[in-house]
Design a protein around this ligand. Structure first.
Ligand code: SAM
Length: 387
């Protein structure tokens, strides 16, 4: 097909679901399935699987992604898909694009230790649940790490208590998409981990809600009163998705989008949702905002509006800063990611330092779907107590 040759292709990314399996277990199964049979003949025992490209010993070349832990990269071929089928079915891996893993990664590993991670998580626009599932896996890993550290240092610890009480609320407004989300989360929590540790998939409880995020009021609905962190991945133009051919010809983030009215209305909704996340939940300390759009109107523009509105509504403006209640944080976990927020004539309110905090993915050049992430932190939480 001549026209499709104009489009960029990206690798097939696979995230190992660490609640159910591990990188080593997944690689062993891939090698067992794909090793050329003549090499297998006289071998008694297979070697421990290598994390590096194993194209010489396996029929299925792959490498480990350098930016997102537990993500494997394969060629985007039909045989890759066929070879991964059983691993997907058994919940050991999730077919999830690399850039879409940035949100949960930033939520758990993007911020400094402050603000504290106590409290519940809310995935405000969750269906079909890829990021929820990733968040649950990262929180489970973190709880296991905290429990193992504390058992070696002290027998009674608050961290090990926390290990059994992580709650993620996953919300979606669409009934159909909510049903899919609920089904996937049920499968996730009901699949026994392969290492036999039956408690592992109970560490993080995912509670699904078919609700409009904009109507959630934690002051009147106790379910959400303990939310301290929000992951917000609202509906967007999807203009960064490589598969989105219609948008592909209109992907220049600096030009005015052809479908400007639609982008503007999406941008208004995104701003409303981000404003709700940062103002209606008094206990919320961190918000991770993301889209798979390339347009500044849905990305830097929304963040700028939020910071401006937070600044104008904040009364504590004599702190020597810009007076706003929220600030951008450069995510630690993506220190080595080169592409940052875009300068644009419509986004003049963000400083070079603030743009450096924003993560962008260019679908034409970065080998993964276009994406945008902003990590926001409530300033008061980081203020040292006054002497
Ligand atoms: N985070 C998801 C994932 O990684 O699988 C993808 C989310 S998708 C980009 C946006 C979702 O937001 C859609 O499922 C849509 O139904 C949902 N949504 C849109 N408006 C909403 C609202 N007001 N409240 C809750 N969910 C909403």
């Amino acid at each position: 097909d001549q026209s499709s040759s104009d489009y960029v292709t990206i690798p097939r990314y696979v995230r190992v679901n660490t609640i159910v399996s591990s990188m080593e277990q997944v690689l062993s199964q891939i090698d067992a399935k794909t090793k050329p049979s003549k090499n297998n003949k006289n071998k008694k025992k297979t070697k421990k699987p290598s994390l590096q490209d194993s194209s010489s010993s396996s029929k299925m070349p792959r490498y480990v992604d350098p930016h997102v832990p537990n993500v494997l990269v394969f060629p985007p071929t039909a045989s890759t898909r066929a070879n991964l089928q059983e691993l997907v079915k058994s919940q050991q891996v999730v077919l999830q694009d690399k850039s879409s893993c940035f949100s949960a990664l930033c939520m758990v590993h993007g911020f400094d230790t402050l603000p504290s991670m106590e409290g519940d998580f809310l995935d405000a626009c969750a269906a079909p649940g890829n990021k929820t599932c990733h968040l649950a896996a990262l929180l489970t890993e973190q709880a296991a790490a905290a429990a193992s550290t504390t058992t070696t240092t002290t027998s009674k610890s608050s961290s090990s208590k926390r290990a059994s009480s992580v709650v993620v609320h996953a919300l979606d407004k669409s009934k159909d998409r909510f049903e899919l989300l609920q089904r996937r989360m049920k499968e996730l929590t009901e699949t026994p981990p392969r290492d036999g540790d039956a408690k592992k998939n109970k560490v993080t409880t995912v509670e699904c809600h078919n609700a409009d995020f904009l109507s959630i009021d934690p002051e009147t609905d106790e379910t959400f009163s303990n939310v301290t962190a929000i992951m917000l991945d609202p509906s967007c133009s999807g203009s960064g998705m490589i598969s989105n051919h219609q948008e592909a010809m209109d992907r220049d983030p600096l030009s005015k989008p052809k479908n400007f009215d639609r982008i503007e209305s999406l941008s208004n909704f995104q701003f409303q949702a981000l404003q709700h996340a940062t103002s209606a939940f008094p206990k919320v300390q961190r918000v991770v905002y993301s889209t798979c759009s390339v347009y500044v109107q849905e990305n830097e523009g929304v963040v700028q509006r939020l910071l401006e509105s937070s600044s104008s509504s904040s009364s504590s403006s004599n702190d020597g800063n810009d007076g706003g209640e929220w600030e951008l944080v450069a995510p630690k976990c993506l220190d080595h990611w080169h592409r940052r927020g875009l300068e644009h004539p419509d986004v003049v309110g963000l400083s070079p330092e603030q743009l450096q905090c924003l993560i962008r993915v260019n679908p034409e050049e970065d080998g993964t779907n276009g994406f945008f992430v902003a990590c926001l932190q409530r300033k008061a939480a980081n203020k040292a107590p006054k002497k």
